[in-house]
Design a protein around this ligand. Structure first.
Ligand SMILES: NC(=O)c1ccc[n+]([C@@H]2O[C@H](COP(=O)([O-])OP(=O)(O)OC[C@H]3O[C@@H](n4cnc5c(N)ncnc54)[C@H](O)[C@@H]3O)[C@@H](O)[C@H]2O)c1
Length: 345
């Protein structure tokens, strides 16, 4: 199976490339390097011992997609390419809708024209907004609270509409998985790839890691009076390699049922919630470094707590996260301590 990995140079995409190669798939990566660099892909080759084609282009560029689908026989697409910073999306909604929504439309148009029917889309637990209760199942209502989340809701709607339209066609075309990630953390156990954000990180673990290596003075904990056991926000953190393996399982499932079609949605989470302060203590234990922090105002739109019910993925995909909190922390620390400057050595 040849899989096009859009956004394959990024954090989750690069780990998915490793999981795909190690489960015997061929890959082609498409990335515009707007939030990543080629070095991550060189490291993927180093880890796997496999070289693969890398196309530096944009998913919004239809001519580039035509060239790619003409040059390579693609069987399925994993679509990671997109922008992901909630705060930035509130400042630049047009940029986010262009990149995340229009980019996906362009990709789907090209897939249709080249007869590529299998798509795995990176969605997010952010589509659930503030859930009425926890754990969250896939049938909870979706109502995003910011343009980033809204872009995921919109793409999900488009993908459902494609499958809806298939019901009217003589032969249904689309075979789609929507994967709603909870909070990806950690790094490949080799320490060769990991999360390497540009500028001040938006996510908790990269922020903690940069405090640990002395690049940032202290961690700002957004909100200390949520209705949670220690007052800080609670999230479902999932190891990025578990997440990557979930993608391979979803691909197996879609391609197992070659004759079928449709749009399936699966939560990828662990089912456990940890508070910010629990994450800080776990990281201190794994790294042996103190993480000074201060509690500051909560961010508008942030929710108190959320964690997944991952049982649908377990029963339908045979997938379950296996890596625990300490493994997430140790792998993050190995990546950060071996690469204090990320991929720019
Ligand atoms: N990291 C998270 O916490 C998280 C949570 C839920 C969902 N997601 C989604 O997962 C996907 C991957 O996230 P990530 O954390 O790996 O982000 P990332 O920024 O590390 O990776 C995204 C990659 O896509 C590339 N890219 C962006 N726009 C592109 C375009 N128009 N054409 C080609 N390449 C483009 C970037 O250069 C980058 O390499 C995103 O769609 C994101 O919204 C991420």
């Amino acid at each position: 199976m040849a899989v096009l990995v859009t956004g394959g140079a990024g954090y989750i995409g690069s780990h998915a490339c490793v999981a795909l190669i190690q489960s015997g798939h061929n890959i082609v990566v498409l990335d515009n390097l707007s939030n990543s660099c080629r070095a991550s892909l060189e490291q993927v080759s180093e880890i796997t011992g496999v070289k693969f084609p890398v196309v530096i282009d944009d998913v919004n560029d239809r001519a580039a997609l035509d060239r790619l689908f003409t040059a390579y026989q693609i069987d399925a697409v994993m679509h990671f390419a997109g922008m992901k910073a909630v705060g930035e999306s509130c400042e630049l909604p047009l940029t986010y809708y262009r990149n995340n929504v229009a980019g996906t439309l362009t990709l789907c148009e090209a897939m249709k024209d080249y007869g590529v029917r299998t798509l795995i889309f990176s969605s997010s637990a952010t589509v659930y907004g503030e859930p009425l209760s926890n754990p969250i199942t896939e049938d909870f209502p979706v109502h995003a609270t910011n343009p980033y989340g809204q872009s995921k809701v919109m793409v999900e709607q488009v993908l459902h509409d494609l499958v809806q339209a298939d019901a009217l066609a003589a032969v249904p075309f689309w075979n789609i998985a929507i994967l709603r990630y909870f909070n990806p953390v950690g790094a490949h156990a080799s320490g060769k790839i990991g999360e390497d954000p540009l500028g001040i990180p938006n996510n908790l673990l990269p922020f903690i890691s940069l405090v640990a290596v002395g690049k940032l003075k202290e961690l700002s904990v957004f909100g200390g009076s949520y209705p949670t056991p220690d007052g800080t926000g609670v999230r479902d953190y999932i190891h990025v390699m578990d997440l990557a393996e979930g993608h391979v399982k979803a691909l197996d499932k879609l391609t197992d049922e070659k004759t079928s079609s449709g749009c399936h949605t699966w939560n990828l989470g662990t089912g456990n919630g940890y508070s910010v302060l629990e994450m800080v203590s776990a990281f201190e234990a794994a790294s042996g470094r103190p993480i000074p922090y201060k509690i500051v105002d909560c961010r508008p739109g942030d929710i108190a707590e959320c964690w997944a019910d991952p049982s649908k993925a377990e029963s339908e995909l045979g997938w379950k996260a296996t890596r625990g909190l300490m493994e997430m922390m140790e792998d993050t620390w190995r990546w950060q301590s071996q690469n204090p400057n990320g991929f720019s050595k």
